[in-house]
Design a protein around this ligand. Structure first.
Ligand code: 3HC
Length: 284
């Protein structure tokens, strides 16, 4: 199966990054948003990232224009009827995601089409069960910033067909030029199973007055050669995304390491979501 016609649901931080990756790989991409304002914001996000890629010498102007030419936005999900691959990157709300999968199941006509979720930690099987084709549903989890981070987790549920897993793995490696790894449909898959407890611990360290955010970050950058410290990383990923991932993992495992720190919840309640909102633990 040669995947050419793709779609992304949502153009927030991750959706915009994924749409950009697909468009730069030469694919036709439709981005579905909830309204025109959200579409305009998503387009701006992609344009800004492509401009940065040009500035950094990673892309020439002609390739940027070609990528933009392959992208279109819609608010009408029925426009996705002819898609061969749809990647859902809506906000981390299980009910919203389930209803998107059920809608996609109704509108996407190709029985060979693949329906994927970029969820950080939610069970893929629940989205698969919202469709009449659970064998064609899987997780395709990108990392932020998607145009830069090379890794993609391929998450097979207990019903994902081996052929679907293999098609998507080959597509991610050969067409997108990313590094796929295979994860099981367990809370947090591979990376977030390790990362979310670490980020929660860093927020708890700050919350308890154990150390300043600057020292926590400097500790992991200078001591362990991480590209950024955990408090800055929570700001980059989004406090809301970290909170929802922790909540979903804690609900399933009861592991205290994933229990969302109260400070994280309060900051999300306050709308302090990190880089994307202009303020999180740091100001932007
Ligand atoms: N398009 C293409 N390339 C870009 C780019 C863009 N929009 N923006 C930056 N780049 C390239 C740069 O050219 C540079 O490449 P080089 O190393 O070959 O020169 C590289 O990316 C680094 O970019 P910058 O110099 O602008 O910025 P920094 O060096 O400050 O790095 C960072 C920024 C990439 C965010 C780095 O700090 C980093 O990797 N941080 C860790 C991010 C991380 O851990 N992400 C995973 C989060 S977890 C997640 O997403 C999962 C979710 O489910 C929670």
């Amino acid at each position: 199966m040669s995947i050419q016609r793709t779609a992304v649901i949502g153009s927030g931080l991750m959706g915009a990054g994924i749409a950009e990756v697909l468009a730069k790989a030469g694919l036709d991409v439709i981005v579905r948003e909830i309204n025109d304002e959200a579409s305009a914001a998503g387009r701006r996000r992609i344009e800004k990232s492509l401009a940065k890629a040009v500035d950094k010498g990673k892309l020439d102007a002609a390739a940027r224009d070609a990528a933009l030419g392959r992208l279109s936005f819609t608010t009408d999900i029925t426009d996705l009827s002819d898609r061969q691959l749809v990647i859902e990157a809506a906000s981390e709300n299980e009910d919203i995601k389930k209803s998107i999968f059920s809608e996609l199941d109704e509108v996407v006509t190709d029985p060979e089409a693949i329906l994927a979720s970029n969820t950080s930690s939610m069970p893929i099987i629940r989205f698969a069960q919202s469709t009449s084709r659970p064998e064609r549903v899987l997780g395709v989890h990108f990392f932020n910033p998607a145009p830069v981070q090379p890794l993609v987790e391929i998450v097979s549920s207990v019903t994902t067909a081996d052929s679907v897993r293999d098609t998507v793995t080959g597509f991610v490696a050969e067409v997108l030029g990313k590094n796929p790894i295979q994860a099981q449909d367990r809370p947090g898959f591979i990376v977030n199973a390790l990362l979310i407890p670490y980020l929660c611990s860093a927020v708890r360290m700050l919350e308890s007055g154990f150390a300043t955010k600057e020292d926590i970050d400097a500790g992991m950058v200078g001591g362990c050669a991480h590209p950024m410290g955990p408090i800055s990383l929570v700001d980059l990923v989004g406090l809301d995304t970290c909170l929802y991932a922790a909540q979903s993992m804690y609900a399933e495992t009861g592991d205290p390491a994933t229990q969302p720190p109260v400070l994280l919840s309060r900051m999300v309640d306050a709308g302090l979501l990190g880089v994307k909102s202009g303020r999180g633990f740091y100001d932007y």
